[in-house]
Design a protein around this ligand. Structure first.
Ligand SMILES: *[C@@H]1O[C@H](CO)[C@@H](O)[C@H](O)[C@H]1NC(C)=O
Ligand SMILES: *[C@@H]1O[C@H](CO)[C@@H](O)[C@H](O)[C@H]1NC(C)=O
Ligand SMILES: *[C@@H]1O[C@H](CO)[C@@H](O)[C@H](O)[C@H]1NC(C)=O
Ligand SMILES: *[C@@H]1O[C@H](CO)[C@@H](O)[C@H](O)[C@H]1NC(C)=O
Ligand SMILES: *[C@@H]1O[C@H](CO)[C@@H](O)[C@H](O)[C@H]1NC(C)=O
Ligand SMILES: *[C@@H]1O[C@H](CO)[C@@H](O)[C@H](O)[C@H]1NC(C)=O
Length: 499
């Protein structure tokens, strides 16, 4: 690229360049060849004064011990493995040809020739300019004023992006004058591409994954090649989106320049997956006392964690039942998680059985009523049938247990049966209820109780009176009392006791 900075000024003619690059001026006594940055240069051996017929061997080297190439007479040149030059050099009539010269090539190259018995060395200095400034002064014949034009020829490099170029006018009679800075667009080819996954991972099946390819050239390419599952896709964009990915999309993805597939970058993508299969799901109906074993099959891209819940309660392990009970019924949940993925599988266990009456009892109710309680177990919840009319109440049922209470007013001796049944079967029990019996027992109880009470009072009174009589004897006052008197007293006391 060349850029031209025209400058016109009636007085002065010094151009000054400010740039981020250093201008190197090499002063050397050696033979010097110059080249512009990026050009191909031919460095002659001894200024081209080598007679081919006399030379048996020629070798190009640089600095102290850098070998570039050797050529024997009538043979092709052998390029050494030097990283700086192996891909950029060739020989042409003893001259060393270097392509794409860079600032780093400013060094001494030596041509060593073997002519008959002599070994001769011809060092050559290579100077690289990037910059060329030509100044032109025109003097107007009529006015005598001069117009100075300075042109800067400059080979831009990548490092010059955003560099500001200014020219300055200097004149002995005035202050320095700076032009406003100029920034130039520097175009350069892509040397490297970079492929990134712009979507936020980790990825799971069903996600969309966007890849972005960027190149370091300026301007950047407007289209890229993406290699998706081994297929090359050219897109007029720097991004490519894989929609609804599956585990099959796990792999290495690449992008390259459309016109140079050797400039390529790659990135791996992993699509995480988690498959959970329970040996059975949905509603599982089992008979009371049967066994049940569940298995869970997990296929995952990583190490999953499995936990179980029954309702809201956490279980410590996979549910396993040797003998199912009604309380094993419920909704079981298997939760498997891994790397942001979570799968839940549920099953509902229903333990069913024909109803069985566990207990049939009678209790006294309010007033003359009796309450019969019939406790049954079974699933589906059994219905009840009583052999007599009455008001029936059923308890809340839980784990297959339900209690039915019948309130009746017994009218004579009754045999009451409770029959519970569901689709699987039925059970029946009866109980004798006797209204009168209970009343008789009550009456007998009251009579016996009263008799016992009277007996106790009598006994207490007799003991008291006996003690009182002994006490009067001790005083000796009535020791001489007649037997008649004593007898009368005794009779009086026994009469009192009889009362
Ligand atoms: C030298 O190189 C040319 C082409 O590069 C090839 O045709 C020729 O065979 C080579 N000669 C020798 C001696 O290797
Ligand atoms: C993936 O992209 C499609 C279409 O581009 C869109 O319909 C879908 O909602 C996206 N899915 C997700 C998970 O973002
Ligand atoms: C995503 O892919 C799965 C299986 O590959 C398919 O069943 C599903 O319908 C797809 N979803 C969309 C939104 O394309
Ligand atoms: C129960 O009452 C119904 C009417 O409410 C009656 O038809 C039925 O005979 C009664 N059963 C008994 C055993 O008393
Ligand atoms: C009721 O049963 C009792 C015995 O349990 C018996 O003594 C009584 O006579 C019976 N009453 C009726 C009305 O059957
Ligand atoms: C109920 O009374 C009858 C006689 O009335 C008797 O045969 C039966 O064994 C009694 N049942 C119970 C459970 O006491």
């Amino acid at each position: 690229m060349y850029l031209t900075l025209p400058l016109q000024d009636v007085f002065t003619n010094t151009l000054y360049l400010q740039s981020c690059l250093l201008l190197c001026v090499l002063v050397s006594a050696l033979e010097t060849v110059t080249s512009k940055y990026g050009d191909t240069i031919e460095i002659p051996c001894n200024n081209g004064r080598v007679v081919e017929a006399e030379v048996t061997f020629v070798k190009w080297k640089y600095d102290k011990d850098g070998n570039i190439l050797v050529k024997h007479r009538d043979q092709n040149a052998t390029v050494s493995n030097d990283v700086n030059y192996k891909n950029r050099v060739s020989i042409k009539d003893f001259s060393l040809v270097i392509t794409q010269v860079a600032m780093a090539d400013q060094r001494t190259f030596t041509c060593m020739v073997v002519v008959e018995e002599d070994i001769l060395e011809y060092p050559v200095q290579l100077a690289i300019y990037t910059i060329k400034i030509t100044t032109n002064v025109d003097v107007d014949e009529e006015t005598g004023l001069s117009t100075t034009t300075s042109t800067l020829e400059y080979t831009a490099v990548k490092g010059d992006i955003d560099a500001k170029f200014t020219c300055q006018v200097q004149h002995i009679k005035s202050a320095n004058m700076d032009s406003s800075p100029l920034v130039f667009t520097v175009n350069y080819p892509t040397e490297k591409v970079n492929l990134q996954v712009v979507s936020q991972g980790p990825f799971k099946e069903g996600d969309n994954v966007t890849l972005k390819c960027t190149a370091d050239g300026n301007p950047p390419p407007s289209s890229y090649n993406f290699y998706i599952n081994g297929e090359e896709k050219t897109v007029d964009s720097s991004t490519y989106t894989l929609t609804n990915v599956t585990r099959e999309n796990t792999g290495e993805y690449k992008c390259s320049l459309v016109d140079n597939e050797d400039i390529v970058a790659s990135v791996p993508i992993t699509v995480e997956y988690l498959d959970v299969v329970l040996s059975s799901t949905g509603k599982i109906v089992k008979k009371l006392g049967e066994s049940l074993e569940m298995t869970v099959d997990v296929k995952a891209s990583g190490t999953p964690q499995t936990s179980w819940k029954k309702g809201n309660a956490k279980l410590n392990s996979l549910p396993k039942f040797d003998k199912l009970t009604y309380s094993d019924s419920g909704v079981y949940e298997c939760i498997v998680s891994m790397a942001g993925l979570k799968k839940t599988q549920t099953f509902e266990l229903v333990v069913e059985g024909s109803p069985v009456i566990k207990n049939l009892i009678k209790e006294r109710g309010e007033g003359m009523t009796k309450v019969l309680k019939c406790a049954a177990e079974g699933f589906p919840k059994p219905t009840v049938q009583w052999s007599v009319n009455g008001s029936n109440v059923e308890s809340a049922s839980e784990h297959g247990k339900v209690t039915y209470s019948l309130t009746i007013v017994p009218n004579g001796n009754l045999t009451v049966s409770c029959t519970v049944s569901n689709v699987l079967g039925s059970d029946s029990k009866s109980i004798n209820v006797s209204a009168r019996n209970d009343q008789t027992i009550l009456a007998v109880g009251i009579v016996v109780g009263l008799m016992l009470a009277v007996l106790a009072i009598g006994l207490a009174y007799w003991l008291y009176m006996k003690k009182f009589r002994q006490g009067s004897w001790k005083t000796g006052e009535k020791e001489d009392g007649s037997a008649e008197e004593s007898k009368k007293l005794e009779e009086n006391q026994s009469q009192k006791a009889d009362m």
